[in-house]
Design a protein around this ligand. Structure first.
Ligand code: HEC
Length: 266
């Protein structure tokens, strides 16, 4: 049975608010994406469900039965966590080799880059890259049930202070977040899971005047070790904003660091 037939029944329950959901995320298009991207998409969806952002709270009030049950969530999680078949040593071995090779290649590039200082272009909407994100404080790392990527959410000093002071809605100007994603490398011989190849870094920088037309946030995504700005033009940020729209009441930020709660949590 194709994966879509197994997942879709649970998935469509999740997205029972088809009209509203379409406005935010183009569900009808997922089926056309390559398998890896479909999986990535579902991973985001499961994260959002866990954080209570989907189905949209307004819809849930009118249709309480549209809430995803823990069982349905398990179906989705199981689908996403399907590990490589251990009886198929060749498959596991091949993956480990690819991961290790990818990491080595990146390491080589990084060593070179540190000598030639990588020049990173601003995003298409003009938001500049901030290499300092590396020194920001880790606020949370996203659930790693997905076997393919690991993510970390970092906040700058202004964000960290805002958390300490409880001034997080709205977030103060100058607050910034980074979301960094890596491939998850195959576990080593001790079963320790490590980050593999770097995928991308995303930034959200708060400036309510400067970024008034994009919900008060400057959005940016830089991909690969050469940190190439994402998208074709400034429209890319609509994708960011529509996916962060379900947490508009939290000033568009998903991560709720202080109590371990995420947006939508009670
Ligand atoms: C498919 C939905 C989706 C899209 C599209 C999306 N995000 Fe997010 N984003 C999330 C979710 C869910 C989180 C919460 C953390 C997690 O699950 O990894 C998040 C978290 C973040 C964070 C950390 C702060 C926070 O809100 O928790 C940043 C920064 C971020 N996203 C930037 C972006 C940028 C920039 C874009 C567009 C280039 C973008 N996102 C597009 C779903 C999305």
């Amino acid at each position: 049975m194709p994966w879509f037939d197994q997942v879709v029944p649970a998935y469509w329950l999740v997205t029972a608010d088809v009209k509203e959901a379409r406005k935010h995320l183009n569900f009808s298009e997922i089926g056309k994406l390559p398998a890896a991207q479909q999986k990535g998409f579902l991973f985001e969806a499961v994260n959002m469900i866990q954080m209570g952002a989907m189905p949209l709270p307004a819809y849930r009030r009118v249709h309480p039965d549209a809430v995803v049950t823990p069982d349905q969530l398990t179906v989705l999680r199981n689908y996403l966590t399907t590990p490589p078949d251990p009886s198929n040593a060749a498959e596991v071995g091949a993956k480990a080799v690819t991961d290790a090779a990818a990491t080595d290649v990146q390491y080589g590039k990084w060593v070179q880059a540190s000598q030639t200082a990588l020049e990173v272009k601003p995003e298409w909407n003009g938001v500049p890259f901030d290499p300092d994100y590396n020194n920001w404080k880790a606020i949370s790392s996203t659930d790693r049930f997905d076997n393919h990527t690991m993510r970390e959410i970092l906040g700058n000093d202004v964000a960290v202070k805002a958390i300490a002071d409880g001034h997080i809605n709205p977030w103060p100007d100058g607050a910034a977040f980074a979301k960094v994603a890596w491939q998850q490398a195959a576990p080593d011989e001790k079963g320790v899971v490590k980050t593999g190849a770097f995928i991308q870094v995303e930034l959200m920088v708060k400036d309510s005047a400067k970024y008034a037309s994009s919900e008060g946030w400057g959005w940016g995504r830089w991909r690969g070790t050469d940190l190439k700005p994402y998208g074709k033009d400034a429209q890319f940020q609509n994708e960011c904003m529509s996916c962060h729209e379900p947490v508009a009441k939290n000033d568009h930020v998903y991560t709720m660091p202080f109590s371990g709660q995420t947006a939508g949590g009670q």
